[in-house]
Write a protein that binds this ligand. Structure first.
Ligand code: NAD
Length: 383
């Protein structure tokens, strides 16, 4: 069976789906690996390294897309690439299925079997395939470095002959995978860290990283299926905003990471809160691409508002392309190994990992939430 690794064409996407180190294990399984020439030119992996690892480097993109059985990517195919996907092809990549259900419909229409890396179940059994987590960890780390670079202050406490420097105060909102890595990174740099999340279960994890947990008691269930946050009521939003406002005001750095799967990111930091921060303070909004946790942030821009720098980075994992690709390659090759039995693809839909991850097969969309998202987009009352 031929596995192809396609070059990413999206602006800013520097990651690759397989790095040379991941290839040997796959070829040992009897898989033939084709990589598009120049695949790793933006992530420092040379064609020669892929060849040495046992892959064939193919310079004809069309040949690669048409002749492989399974195509691996990081980001979803662009419009022009959809035409290269022939019926029966298997595509594995991030597909943003809830954000672009119409693209998923096109994959179904093209009779492609598409597996969405976002839909890997968040279970211990699938942990080593969980690319959302591996890439969120990269984003959380990098967000803190960006904040530290933009802040006109030190992070650590310093005792020097020129006086004592007080440590920076970092407030992390949303203590999921990205938030926890942001907390750990800010702590390593010596900041005093506080964190807020509507899921009380994260309190212990936050504290174990040496940060203070800012706790709100809400009179409703905040956790949905799979351990994710659910959208909260207006009353709960108001109560959490009051608490968030107190802590934003005194922070030098605010890192926001709050998301609710399939929904626009919750708006947690208002313009008024930003205006109350000290001049020179920094906000990094990791949810900027999903509408933003901060009212001021704009995706891909640094906005200075009332003396506060509000940064809305796009695709941070791509900015750490070597390690982000290494982790993604581990996730996707573990999934591939899981799917392949005796050199052949075995789509056992009784398996929760496989049935959860396959989003289109046999001309149909298989995931109910994607079907619902598509129906609401097509409905005349959808907004
Ligand atoms: P995410 O990216 O969906 O959201 C980030 C954080 O924002 C979450 O902690 C969420 O609770 C928080 N949030 C949402 N709305 C908020 C609000 N209004 N105010 C404050 N915070 C808010 O989350 P994630 O990092 O993908 O993790 C989601 C869940 O999945 C967690 O329970 C995590 O433990 C679980 N998980 C499990 C596994 C596994 O078992 N293999 C792997 C990764 C994550």
């Amino acid at each position: 069976m031929k596995i192809g690794v396609a070059k990413e064409v999206e602006y800013r996407e520097r990651r690759v789906a397989l790095i040379p180190d991941a290839i040997a294990k796959l070829t040992k399984q009897g898989l033939e690996i084709w990589v598009e020439s120049g695949l790793g030119e933006q992530s420092c992996f040379e064609d020669s390294a892929y060849e040495e690892a046992g892959a064939q480097v193919i310079s004809d993109k069309e040949k690669l897309w048409k002749e492989v059985d399974v195509l691996l990517k990081v980001g979803s195919p662009v419009e022009e690439e959809l035409g290269l996907l022939t019926p029966g092809k298997v595509l594995i990549s991030f597909l943003n299925p809830l954000g672009q259900p119409e693209m998923i419909q096109k994959l179904a229409n093209a009779q492609v079997t598409a597996l969405s890396m976002e839909l890997i179940p968040r279970t211990s059994r699938a942990q080593s395939m969980d690319a959302l987590s591996s890439q969120a960890g990269v984003a959380g780390y990098k967000a803190v470095l960006i904040a530290a670079a933009a802040l006109p202050k030190f992070f650590p406490m310093l005792t020097t002959a020129a006086g004592t420097i007080r440590p920076a105060k970092v407030f992390v909102i949303g203590a999921g995978v990205a938030g926890l890595q942001a907390i750990a990174t800010a702590r390593r740099l010596g900041a005093v860290v506080e964190a807020f999340d509507i899921r009380p279960a994260v309190k212990e994890e936050v504290q174990s990283l040496g940060a203070k947990f800012v706790e709100v008691t809400l009179n409703e269930e905040t956790v949905a299926e799979g351990g994710y946050a659910r959208e909260i009521s207006e009353d709960s939003k108001r109560r959490s905003q009051e608490l968030v406002a107190e802590h934003v005001k005194t922070a030098d750095v605010v890192i926001t990471t709050a998301q609710v799967p399939g929904k626009k990111a919750p708006r947690l930091v208002t313009k008024e809160m930003v205006a109350q921060m000290k001049p020179g303070s920094v906000v990094v909004d990791l949810a900027a691409e999903q509408g933003g946790n901060c009212e001021v942030s704009e995706a891909g821009k640094d906005v200075v508002y009332e003396g506060v720098t509000v940064i809305g980075p796009i695709n941070l994992p791509a900015s750490m392309a070597i390690h982000a690709s290494q982790m993604y390659a581990k996730n996707i090759s573990t999934l591939l190994n899981y799917l392949v039995k005796e050199g052949e693809l075995n789509l056992d839909f009784d398996d929760d990992i496989i049935s959860g991850t396959v989003v289109t097969h046999g001309g149909e969309i298989r995931n109910q939430r994607v079907k619902d998202a598509l129906a609401s987009e097509q409905s005349p009352v959808a907004n």
